[in-house]
Design a protein around this ligand. Structure first.
Ligand code: ZN
Length: 169
């Protein structure tokens, strides 16, 4: 959990928007000039020649309330190759085991390339939350524990994309 620096609401680590005020939590520090929350009453009061209007303007929530879960962002497209590889590996495991091992290696490489393209983790500190995992960690998980790693990556891919989509361009 992290605290919104604008309104103080608790937000889950993988969320990019504050559930209460809607501020982009990755840009909040830049917008507000700080990355921690300051309650209104403890905010230093403007001591210049300003009138009361300016005192009332201290850290207003920037955006009106938004739904707790950000609305899915349009523009996402699945990686068809990874989905084909998922079913291809299962098929290979049934038909001819050596081919399945080749598919597992290919899956690890494909996930690394894909996660790198999505800027997964974006070189931040990795935590228990899977959106912070970097491409190498994903590839390693897929490589050593394919049956969990591969479906989990595909399940998490959209959230990774939503989290880092601003960095992809
Ligand atoms: Zn907030």
């Amino acid at each position: 959990m992290k605290k919104c620096p604008n309104c103080g609401t608790q937000a889950r680590d993988e969320w990019t928007l504050c559930p209460s005020c809607g501020i982009d939590l990755r840009k909040a520090a830049g917008i507000l000039g700080r990355d921690y929350y300051v309650p209104l009453e403890s905010e230093p009061v403007f001591t210049g020649t300003a009138g009361p209007a300016q005192q009332g303007m201290i850290v207003p929530p920037l955006v009106a309330a938004v739904p707790a879960r950000p609305v899915p962002v349009p523009g996402y497209s699945s990686n068809v190759w990874l989905i084909l590889l998922l079913f291809g590996t299962i098929l290979a495991a049934i038909v001819w085991a050596p081919l399945a091992w080749i598919c597992v290696v290919l899956s690890g490489i494909a996930v690394h390339v894909d996660a790198k393209y999505l800027h997964a983790g974006n070189y931040q500190k990795e935590t228990f939350s899977s959106v912070t995992w970097n491409p190498f960690s994903w590839a390693l998980l897929v490589f050593i524990w394919w049956f969990v790693g591969m479906p989990f990556y595909l399940y998490r891919r959209r959230l990774i994309w939503e989290t880092y989509r601003d960095d992809i361009r």
